[in-house]
Design a binder for this molecule. Structure first.
Ligand code: GLU
Length: 484
């Protein structure tokens, strides 16, 4: 049997981390077995559709490399791939009528007023009406009459009050619920659209889907889906209901966290491959403790039996670390193209920006980190003279003033401001005086950068700045120390 999986997003906005994880796992399950990965757009809830959301879905799948074999833009013989278009073929109504004939569904003509008077229950935070099967008792003639009169209707699933229903999930095992706990959910709405609840079953079956991966918010509805499969005599797909993704406080990952969607993360300077790698580990782990995987490696290693049902914590610190590893491993040109906008923003003076990029490559976790590392380039920052004191280097304000004053004329004399030349000048001076290297290099670096930590050493910074700027900064250091 050929593995066929589907990613079935509703075009309702940004691509959430949870959605991307479902898409990724579906993709990996299919590709691991040489199967097919399909895209289906679930737009039956017309009120929730957000303009541009479908484009986000296409863009994200392409960017992340989760390339679908079939979808609205790639016919594979199972189309249409958009539910509103499938509806026009009459497929949902046809199957709903089949259920009515089997006694597994019925027309319901209850108006809003009557429904409002019924008992409600809160299911997963949403208030739903518990339907009392009122219309189940309508005679065939009454139904025909209502239909002929054009009375608005819905079609409901008929779930008996007795007995129980069992379905199987790969992570949760067999789950059995009492039928009395299941409501007669709507299959076809008054506007003629199927509900997600009905469409997902009809579509997954008619599109030959073998594995369904989705968030565990669908777990409680799955017995109802199982009843539909059974009523039709269809085999249900393998279900994998994924654990919730939470933030560090074990709350559902929300917009407020600032990193709940793929677009947010990219905007914050994360690298696509690192995000995909990290998301793969939100609920899945390989046999060993390996953590860095390219998409191809994931395809090879991914075994859905190793998905865990414990909640997956989205750890931004971990993602930042992983992103840093990806940046370190990038080839320079690709990296430079991504780093350049951040460098351009932080540095307006005419210096060797490639050099700056090289220096920070191994020191950043996300691209916006660049700014802080090079914010001393355009202008010498205000700094405290305490910075000249370094226990290990045996330096303090006094010794630094001495060194800077001695070195200034030497640097003024020199014209070759290459790193190598500057380095041997400083070392000559060190040797001549019988100092330790750090005793000289520390105050010089402090004076030219005004920072405790710099992405490069003293002479590299001097080379970047050139003679004039270097002399200016050394003089400023002397003045600062003399004033103290
Ligand atoms: N359209 C549903 C959603 O976006 C898909 C759920 C499923 O994968 O079955 O949540």
């Amino acid at each position: 049997m050929k593995i066929r999986t589907r990613y079935a997003p509703s075009p309702t906005g940004k691509m959430h981390v949870g959605n991307l994880r479902s898409a990724l796992y579906e993709f990996l399950i299919a590709k691991h077995e040489g199967g097919e990965f399909m895209l289906r757009i679930e737009d039956t809830d017309q009120e929730r559709i957000v303009e541009g959301a479908t484009e986000i879905i296409y863009r994200t799948l392409e960017k992340t490399g989760l390339i679908h074999d079939e979808g609205p833009d790639k016919d594979g013989g199972y189309g249409p791939y958009v539910q509103s278009e499938r509806m026009k073929t009459g497929i949902y109504l046809k199957y709903a009528k089949e259920l009515i004939d089997k006694g597994e569904a019925y027309y319901c003509f209850c108006d809003k007023e009557r429904l409002d008077s019924l008992k409600t229950e809160v299911v997963e935070g949403k208030e739903i009406t518990v339907y009392d099967k009122h219309c189940l008792s309508l005679s065939k003639e009454e139904v025909e009459k209502n239909l002929a009169e054009g009375k608005p209707y819905v079609i409901r699933q008929n779930i008996p009050n007795e007995g129980s229903t069992t379905f199987h999930d790969e992570l949760y095992g067999d789950i059995t619920v009492e039928n009395s706990e299941l409501d007669d959910m709507i299959l076809i709405k008054t506007d003629g659209y199927p509900t997600y609840n009905f469409a997902n079953v009809v579509d997954d079956h008619t599109m030959n889907i073998t594995h369904v991966v989705r968030g565990n918010e669908y777990l409680s509805s799955s017995p109802k889906y199982q009843r539909l499969y059974d009523a039709f005599g269809w085999e249900s797909p393998v279900y994998v209901h994924l654990p919730l993704i939470t933030d560090e406080n074990h709350k559902k990952l929300s917009k407020r966290s600032g990193h709940s969607s793929f677009e947010d993360l990219i905007e914050q300077g994360f690298v696509t491959e690192a995000v995909v790698n990290y998301i793969a580990l939100l609920g899945w782990s390989p046999e060993d403790n390996r953590e860095i995987f390219s998409l191809d490696e994931l395809i090879k290693e991914f075994d859905y039996h190793r998905i865990s049902k414990s909640p997956a914590v989205f750890d931004i610190v971990k993602l930042r670390w992983m992103n840093g590893e990806y940046i370190k491993a990038m080839d320079f040109d690709t990296y430079y193209e991504m780093a350049k906008p951040y460098i351009d923003e932080a540095v307006k003076t005419d210096v060797d920006k490639k050099k700056l990029a090289e220096w920070v490559k191994t020191r950043i976790e996300v691209f916006p980190d660049i700014k802080e590392l090079i914010d001393f380039v355009d202008e010498l920052p205000e700094y405290d003279i305490d910075m000249y004191t370094h226990k290990k280097m045996k330096t303090n304000a006094e010794s630094s003033l001495l060194v800077l004053k001695e070195i200034l004329p030497i640097l003024e004399e020199q014209d070759d401001y290459s790193n190598d030349a500057l380095y041997s000048t400083l070392l000559n001076y060190v040797e001549e005086k019988g100092y330790k290297n750090g005793f000289v290099l520390w105050p010089v670096r402090t004076a030219v950068s005004g920072k405790q930590m710099t992405p490069a050493g003293a002479t590299e910074l001097m080379e970047l700045f050139g003679k004039d700027e270097t002399i200016k900064r050394i003089k400023a250091g002397i003045a600062k120390l003399e004033r103290a």
